[in-house]
Design a protein around this ligand. Structure first.
Ligand code: PHE
Length: 353
C-alpha cells in the first residue's frame, strides 16, 4: 500500500477525522471504491492482473483504518481515565452529598413517636420460614389466607426442605419478638416486605411497620387511642380522624381496617378533615392462638397489633405520587425529596424535618 494512503490514515487525529478519511477512501464515491468500479471497464487481461491488487489494497486500507480507530479509542479512554479521576476518600462537596431517603426518614419519625409512647423497635429476618410468616400467625397450610398475599418462595436447597419465603409482611416479628421478649411487650417493627405485585402503587419490595402490644387488660380502646395518637403526631395535625371498619386477618380477632379522613388543600388530598376516607392500615386484637405461639397464656395476656405501609405514609405526608420512583435511585428525585443527614426528627422540634 502506498505510504501516502497510510500517512493520511495516521494523520487522522480523532474519530471524526478518521471517519472522513474512511469515507474519502472506501465510501460510495471514495477513491478505492472508484478503483473497484473501474475494473468493470478493463480489458479482461488487465482486470485479471489489477483485480487482486485493488482488492488487496482495500483490505489493507480497511485494516489500517481499524487499527487507527482502536488506537484512537484507547487514547480517548486513557485521557478520560486521567482527567475524570475521582478520589472517593475526599469529603463530598455540598453539591454531590447524599440525602436521607424519605422511607428512612419516616422510619426515624415512627421510632421517635412510638418511643415517646414507651414502644421499642424490633427487627426480624427478610428471608423467613413459612412457620413464622404464616403458620404461627394462624394461617395453617392450605389456609385460603395464604393465597391473599402473592408470596415469593425460595428454591429449596434439598428436596425435602420446606421452601423459605421472602416475608410478605412484618407480622412474623410479632412471633419472634413475642417469644424473645415475653410479656408485657410494646414494640414496633419497621422493615422491608415482599410481594409479587408491580404497578404505580405496588412494588415487589415495599416497607411496613408492625405495631405489637401484649399486656394485661388490653382492649380495642387502647388500639384506637394509640393509632389516633400516632397518626396525629405523624401528620402533625389535630384534625386527623379515624374510622375503623370490620375486616378479617387470620392473626387478629376482631380485625379492623383503619381509614383516615382527608380533605382537599390547594388541589391536593391531604390527611386531616373528613371530606373523604382512605385506608391506611390493618389492625385488630391479637388472636389467642398467636399469643399461644409466642409462648404466652392467652387467658392471662391480651394485645393489639397493626400493620401499616411506610411508603404510603411517606407519600401522603411528603406529597410524592409514584411509588416506583422510591426505588429508582434517581439522584434528582433523592435531592428533591431526600432529607439532610442532620434533620433528625424529634418530638420537641417537630417530627418532620
Ligand atoms: N399483616 C397485615 C398485612 O400485611 C397487616 C396487619 C398487621 C393486620 C397486624 C392486622 C394486624 O396486610
Amino acid at each position: 500500500m502506498s505510504d501516502a494512503l497510510l500517512d493520511r490514515i495516521a494523520a487522522a487525529n480523532d474519530l471524526q477525522e478518521l471517519d472522513s478519511v474512511r469515507v474519502a477512501l472506501l465510501g460510495k464515491s471514495g477513491e478505492i471504491t472508484a478503483k473497484l468500479k473501474s475494473l468493470g471497464s478493463m480489458e479482461p487481461e488487465t482486470r485479471a492482473s489489477e483485480a487482486p491488487k485493488i482488492h488487496a489494497l482495500r483490505e489493507q486500507v480497511t485494516a489500517a483504518i481499524g487499527d487507527r480507530k482502536a488506537a484512537l479509542e484507547a487514547a480517548d479512554l486513557e485521557r478520560k481515565l486521567a482527567t475524570e479521576k475521582i478520589d472517593l476518600s475526599l469529603p463530598a462537596p455540598e453539591s454531590v452529598s447524599g440525602t436521607v431517603h424519605p422511607v428512612s426518614q419516616v422510619m426515624d419519625e415512627l421510632a421517635e413517636i412510638f418511643a415517646d409512647l414507651g414502644f421499642s423497635v424490633a427487627e426480624g429476618p427478610e428471608i423467613e420460614t413459612q412457620w413464622y410468616n404464616f403458620t404461627a400467625l394462624n394461617m395453617p397450610e392450605n389456609h385460603p389466607a395464604r393465597a391473599m398475599q402473592d408470596t415469593f418462595y425460595l428454591e429449596p436447597r434439598t428436596p425435602d426442605e420446606e421452601p423459605y419465603v421472602l416475608r410478605t409482611h412484618t407480622s412474623p416479628v410479632q412471633i419472634r419478638a413475642g417469644k424473645d421478649r415475653g410479656a408485657p411487650t410494646y414494640l414496633i417493627a419497621p422493615g422491608r416486605v415482599y410481594r409479587s405485585d408491580s404497578d404505580a402503587t405496588h412494588t415487589p419490595m415495599f416497607h411496613q411497620v408492625e405495631g405489637f402490644v401484649i399486656d394485661k387488660g388490653i382492649t380495642l380502646g387502647h388500639l384506637k387511642w394509640t393509632l389516633e395518637t400516632f397518626l396525629k403526631a405523624f401528620f402533625e395535625r389535630d384534625d386527623v380522624v379515624l374510622r375503623m371498619r370490620p375486616s378479617y386477618f387470620p392473626f387478629t380477632e376482631p380485625s379492623a381496617e383503619v381509614d383516615v379522613g382527608w380533605s382537599m388543600e390547594k388541589g391536593r388530598r391531604v390527611v386531616g378533615g373528613q371530606e373523604g376516607w382512605m385506608e391506611v392500615l390493618g389492625s385488630g386484637m391479637v388472636h389467642p392462638r398467636v399469643i399461644a405461639n409466642c409462648g404466652l397464656d392467652p387467658d392471662e395476656w391480651q394485645g393489639f397489633a397493626f400493620g401499616c405501609g411506610i411508603d404510603r405514609l411517606a407519600m401522603l405526608k411528603y406529597g410524592m405520587d409514584d411509588l416506583r420512583a422510591f426505588f429508582d435511585g434517581d439522584i434528582r428525585w433523592l435531592k428533591h425529596y431526600g432529607f439532610g443527614a442532620l434533620d433528625v426528627p424529634t418530638l420537641s422540634g417537630g417530627v418532620s424535618a
